[in-house]
Design a protein around this ligand. Structure first.
Ligand code: HEM
Length: 456
């Protein structure tokens, strides 16, 4: 159980044991953080410490239902507070640990609830209706000339193109006649790398910042100067909410960053994982095909959500490689988890990836098995997560930190799975191709080369 320093079982911080050391020098932690956290959970359980020799500080890892519950207790952990004067600066000079841009500190709830007006079911329906036909057409067209193609490049340009238009009105393909669309895609990839391995980026993040800020400023200006033309953009409605009107341009750009980089690109990474899992598991693909064989057109959110096996497949893909593998905060008091002490004043990681592969949470976690998400098994720390997946973070999403876009994300991932399976006639260009974590992070070598084959 999670216990505060004055815990109800009488165990105080003084009586608690020291957490096991997962690494003495911390080199492997620094170099391969995602894999390290997963292995540390498998070897040391839900509480452990890493001492980073060169830098000095200790980092504590928390995992499993108990560990994550302790992490999400605001009395234990402070998330990185947003600096109200320079949100952008804060965003681009990350603290060196993977985490999300801060929607924290004073005004957090107001700002988050404001943001949530963008990610309603209505917005999801709107996005579905606006993106469905172009997605189907693109899937039916790609690789028709017999050439091999990179699914990564194809999906990046397609999805960022479609979503940027729906979010902002001025899409990346519209800005300067699409001259910079390819550069924006790369800038988004580089910007996302702030959450992971910065050395995997193509260019310094400063350049990504300049490019994206220029684009966001142009989109905001277009929205203000041509309200009729861009009136259907989700950002147009957002700007009308009284709270949003109080945001300055830096803050608005920060929210645009959340929409395009954290949100849409997070979707894309998970969408690439979906494609890969469909390729690897033809039997599972056949089950999805059977479930959706009589699906009603045009697709609606209600229809998407009724596909329970398909939903279980999406959840399993998210569990396998969550795009956000860990979250960071710092402890504001001593607290005890499963009898082990987490002292005040240390950096603490919530290990989402490790939890997703923790045998105390998911049975036989190394097997890819969508059925685990269906009754009667319904695995996962349900009581705590209230039907949230670990991968979206925890807590009520109005009062806590869990993902503001999770329903929108689930809708998109169900949508893309259905359209991929219906238009299925792809295979890997090279059978030996392996895409393993962290290769869904921005990286020039990120492949998944496909070719079109006759429809079965
Ligand atoms: C599959 C796609 C996605 C995944 C895996 C994902 C995952 C996450 C995770 C793990 C968090 C952090 C929770 C925490 O700090 O405790 C988060 C936060 C957030 N996400 Fe997502 N997300 C996805 C898509 C989206 C989309 C589409 C949007 C909106 C456009 C979005 C907007 C946000 C925002 C605004 C936050 C900050 C919430 C807060 O601090 O209160 N996300 N997301």
């Amino acid at each position: 159980m999670t216990r505060s320093a004055n815990s109800q079982d009488g165990r105080t911080a003084k009586q608690a044991k020291a957490a096991p050391k997962a690494s003495i020098f911390g080199l492997d932690f620094v170099l391969h953080t995602a894999e390290f956290t997963k292995k540390a959970v498998a070897r040391h359980g839900h509480v452990w410490e890493v001492h980073i020799a060169a830098v000095g500080p200790s980092v504590y890892g928390l995992a499993g239902a108990e560990g994550l519950q302790a992490f999400y207790d605001p009395q234990n952990i402070a998330r990185y507070p947003a600096a109200d004067s320079s949100l952008l600066l804060n965003l681009w000079t990350s603290n060196g640990f993977p985490g999300l841009p801060p929607l924290d500190g004073e005004g957090f709830l107001r700002r988050k609830n404001n943001f949530l007006t963008l990610t309603t079911w209505d917005a999801a329906e709107k996005l579905l209706q606006a993106t469905d036909q172009p997605i189907v057409e693109a899937l039916q067209h790609i690789g028709r000339d017999g050439s091999t193609f990179s699914y990564w490049d194809f999906s990046n340009r397609l999805i960022l193109g479609l979503y940027s238009k729906q979010w902002f009105g001025l899409g990346i393909e519209d800005w300067n006649g699409g001259k910079h669309a390819a550069d924006i895609v790369v800038a988004v990839q580089d910007a996302f790398a702030i959450f992971g391995d910065k050395h995997l980026t193509h260019r310094p993040q400063e350049l990504a910042k300049i490019m994206l800020t220029d684009y966001f400023q142009a989109a905001l200006a277009a929205l203000r100067s041509q309200p009729k033309e861009h009136g259907k953009a989700l950002l147009a409605a957002y700007l009308q909410t009284p709270e949003s009107q109080k945001l300055n341009d830096d803050e608005l750009i920060m929210d645009m960053f959340q929409m395009l980089v954290t949100g849409t690109y997070g979707l894309l990474i998970q969408g690439n994982s979906l494609m890969y899992r469909l390729l690897k598991h033809p039997k599972i693909r056949a089950k999805i095909a059977a479930e959706i064989s009589n699906i009603q057109e045009p697709l609606t959110i209600k229809t998407l959500l009724a596909q329970k096996y398909t939903e279980a497949f999406v959840k399993e893909t998210l569990r396998w490689y969550p795009a956000v593998f860990a979250l960071a905060g710092h402890s504001t008091r001593d607290f005890v988890v499963e009898g082990k002490l987490v002292p005040a004043g240390v950096k603490v990681l919530a290990c989402l990836y490790g939890t997703c592969h923790d045998p105390t949470v998911f049975e036989d976690p190394e097997s890819f098995d969508p059925e685990r998400h269906l009754p009667p098994r319904s695995e996962g720390p349900q009581a705590f997560w209230n039907d949230y997946s670990v991968v979206f973070g925890a807590g009520n999403n109005r009062t806590g930190h869990s993902c503001a876009g999770k329903w929108l994300a689930m809708a998109h991932l169900l949508h893309i799975t259905i359209r991929l399976v219906q238009n299925w006639n792809f295979e890997m260009a090279d059978d030996s191709e392996q895409i393993e974590w962290p290769r869904f992070e921005p990286h020039p070598e990120n492949g998944l080369m496909l070719q079109r084959v006759p429809l079965q």
